[in-house]
Design a protein around this ligand. Structure first.
Ligand code: PMV
Length: 313
């Protein structure tokens, strides 16, 4: 076992959440400065490998780590052993920590999975292609979310802006320069619950929800063009249209609506929730860094727990 450390970025869905589960295209970008980390180190203190979840302040031998808060980490180790190679039975520790807020639509679970897979493969000198990272992290996403589209783990595995359709390889997007502000409502949500809520609405009225999904898919395609051609104003309008459709799907929330309204009042060119919704984060498009700072202050005043400014390019 070689001591090593690996990281993986958070992600932001610019267009297409929920509709992507129903085969529509979606656009996501990595948040390169906000990352999850995993380190392998030598540890001779226990007869079995040791798991340390720093943010939870928990350190346990792997044999005692089968509990809900650590299951995610154990699953990643077991999948690695099943698909790549068995790991030494003792003498090492896996430490995991993350700057990505949990359950807020920023891809925390996929980033933790990928950071662990990267650390384990580096510690064993195994090279995985990005397709293999996508496939393995998708397996882990299924443990946590039931029926994920694959968008989160794919954008995190490739760490590039992508347009994505379920079951297909991602296509790279070559965006011009844009500045976004992310605001965290501070309200946690479980992705699988919100996805199930949308599924129930879809099954009770497939025509209505299906039409919304198609409109969101068309917005994602138009969004790609705006990103690649640097059409700032149009991009903002599309984000706001996407938000209106997500509100129609009833996945927005009063906290998200407050932050989206505050961003627009402070000069954002468009804003929407990002991720599953019903809490979590929103994203606003701004003209430049100065305007992003103004929007960020407005979001904090309106009750955001935290904000990030991120630039594409
Ligand atoms: O909230 P997150 O980061 O888990 O994003 C979920 C995105 C959905 O489209 C709602 C679900 C999916 O699997 O794509």
């Amino acid at each position: 076992m070689i001591s090593t450390c690996a990281t993986a970025a958070a992600k932001l869905i610019l267009f297409g959440e929920h509709a992507v589960v129903y085969d529509q295209p979606a656009i996501a970008i990595p948040l390169l400065d906000v990352r999850a980390s995993a380190a392998i180190s030598i540890d001779l203190s226990s007869a079995t490998p040791v798991i340390e979840a720093k943010d939870l302040r928990m350190t346990l031998p792997i044999t005692e780590a089968r509990q809900p808060s650590l299951q995610h980490i154990v699953n990643a180790i077991e999948l690695f052993e099943a698909r790549a190679m068995p790991l030494p039975a003792t003498g090492w520790r896996l430490t995991v920590w993350s700057k990505i807020p949990f359950s807020r639509g920023l891809g925390s679970s996929a980033a933790i999975s990928i950071a662990i897979l990267r650390a384990l493969s580096a510690s064993q000198k195994i090279h995985f292609s990005s397709e293999q990272f996508i496939e393995l992290s998708f397996e882990l996403e299924k443990f946590h979310h039931g029926t994920p589209s694959g968008l989160d783990n794919t954008v995190i595995a490739v760490e590039r802006p992508i347009i994505f359709r379920k079951g297909q390889p991602p296509q790279n997007i070559e965006p011009k320069s844009f500045t976004f502000v992310v605001g965290d409502t501070g309200v946690g949500k479980k992705t699988s619950d919100v996805v199930s809520f949308v599924a129930a609405n879809y099954h009770s009225n497939p025509g209505h929800a299906g039409k919304i999904f198609s409109e969101i898919g068309a917005i994602a395609l138009a969004g790609r063009e705006c990103l690649e051609q640097g059409k700032l104003k149009k991009l903002g309008e599309l984000m706001t249209k996407n938000q209106d459709l997500l509100s129609e799907l009833e996945v927005s929330s009063p906290e998200l609506d407050t932050l989206i309204g505050a961003a627009k009042n402070a000069g954002a060119l468009g804003a929407k929730l990002c991720g599953a919704g019903k809490g979590g984060c929103m994203v606003a498009l701004t003209e430049d860094t100065k305007s992003a700072e103004t929007v960020s202050r407005a979001l904090l005043q309106a009750g955001a727990l935290k904000t990030f400014i991120t630039r594409l390019k």
